[in-house]
Design a protein around this ligand. Structure first.
Ligand code: HAM
Length: 418
């Protein structure tokens, strides 16, 4: 019996893998322009790192982590997100002493034990950016506008930027108290079971529950920004002004509290109108106390992550890069010449493959057609004897005989001077 892949984990063939390559290449180009450098962190970390950063009471830590003991009984977890590992690496490497502002991006697989559905996987991939070392609202605005530039360079449209401010450790407790007072006055039985529990453990998350019953209850709940202290409010207003100054539009979303505990002040998400229920393609925010809470210095930070599967869904099928040639060689002598010719064409930067197997002319031509290449190069006994190739345009069906020495020029320019 063959072995199947694990539910929620995907193999990725072209065109999906081509799309991922395009997403990563675009990310490197765009983020590089803003001074971001790439950091690669391990997939496995000590479980405590995630409990302390993401928060014990979050859904991610409570229900979604792949956690197991290693052979010495230490608790390890497959990273459910990148930020915690980036913070650990930032502290451990001493980067904090070497540069005032660090801009780090990282990309790769993350693991969350969620119910798989369209746009939601148990192994999924993020592109993650963190800007460490600045309290300035310019850092928040630069990051958001960089994210939008990246999404637009991918050709994505139908996106909404949602933004909110969670306040700080001074003003958020006042909001929390007001929210709890409000929730004390509502009919608890009308809340979903998760929210009934969240009222006790993580009341802010009642605000972003998608259940219609919970939404109706929280429609008139207090709003975070009304409780922002003057410093938080001024910070948020400047972020919004900077975004407006760049002509970027956004929606203030009073329900946007995010699912991870480390956030303060600015939080944001980018939501797509075209990929169904799992609509958040990116999310992030400021996390000023996180580095300190993990044992590092008191360094502020702001960051975001994009879900690559969701970006790929928005990009649609797309076409991969077509090969330039498929070389069909009919017998041993043709194959020897074809082998040399294919190598010469690749050395010159063209892409293509040749048949390894012997076979009937028709079946080899079918393989050439299926390859999606632009041209089929045919060498049979006659061509091998004359040092020529039949070049067939697989789109138009036109064909002509070209000396082997002129094939490169013919494919590059469409002309044959020999
Ligand atoms: P997050 O909102 O949990 O934030 O995830 C960011 C993005 O990852 C989501 O908007 C979504 O596109 C994608 N995503 C999350 N879970 C799944 C899943 N199961 N399947 C497919 N895609 C998924 C974070 O992870 C924060 N660490 C972001 C951040 C960086 N904040 C500051 N710095």
């Amino acid at each position: 019996m063959s072995i199947a892949r694990i539910k929620g984990f995907a193999d990725m063939f072209p065109p999906d893998s081509d799309q991922f390559t395009r997403i990563e290449n675009t990310a490197r180009q765009v983020f590089g322009r803003y001074g971001f450098v790439e950091l690669r962190t391990p997939l496995l970390e000590f479980t405590e790192l995630f409990c302390r950063s993401i928060g014990e009471e979050t859904d991610v830590v409570q229900k979604e982590m792949y956690t197991f003991p290693d052979r010495k009984g230490r608790s390890l977890t497959l990273r459910p997100e990148a930020t915690a590992g980036v913070m650990r690496a930032y502290i451990e490497s001493g980067l904090t002493n070497r540069e005032p502002v660090s801009r780090l991006f990282t990309t790769g697989p993350m693991f969350r034990y969620e119910r798989p559905q369209k746009g939601r996987m148990r192994q999924f991939h993020q592109i993650n950016c963190e800007c460490l070392g600045s309290h300035s609202p310019m850092a928040d605005a630069e990051l958001v506008s960089m994210l939008l530039r990246f999404l637009s360079d991918l050709g994505l449209t139908d996106l909404t930027l949602k933004i909110n401010s969670l306040g700080c450790s001074e003003c958020r407790p006042k909001f929390k108290a007001a929210l709890l007072e409000y929730l004390a006055g509502v009919d608890k039985d009308a809340l979903c079971p998760d929210c009934a529990r969240r009222v006790e453990t993580n009341p802010l998350r009642v605000l972003d529950c998608k259940q219609p019953g919970c939404r109706a209850i929280t429609d008139n709940a207090p709003k975070l920004i009304d409780y922002n202290c003057p410093e938080c409010r001024a910070h948020f207003d400047t972020v919004l002004e900077l975004l407006q100054g760049q002509g970027l539009s956004f929606e203030l979303d009073h329900r946007l509290v995010r699912g991870l505990d480390y956030y303060c002040r600015t939080t944001f998400e980018v939501v797509s109108g075209s990929i169904g229920a799992q609509a958040a393609v990116a999310g992030g925010g400021r996390y000023d106390g996180l580095v300190k809470s993990l044992g590092g210095p008191d360094v502020p930070g702001v960051g975001f992550a994009c879900g690559m599967e969701r970006l790929a869904l928005m990009m649609g099928e797309g076409s991969g890069q077509a090969a330039d040639f498929y070389l069909v060689a009919m017998d041993a002598q043709s194959r020897a010449q074809g082998w040399q010719l294919a190598q010469k064409l690749r050395d010159a930067g063209l892409t293509g493959e040749m048949n390894f197997s012997e076979g009937g002319f028709k079946s080899l031509m079918r393989q050439a057609g299926k390859s999606g290449a632009g041209h089929c190069l045919i060498i049979g006994p006659d061509e091998a004897a004359q040092g020529t190739v039949v070049v067939k345009n697989l789109e138009s069906g036109e064909q002509c005989s070209v000396p082997q020495s002129g094939v490169l020029q013919f494919l590059q320019t469409g002309t044959n001077n020999d």
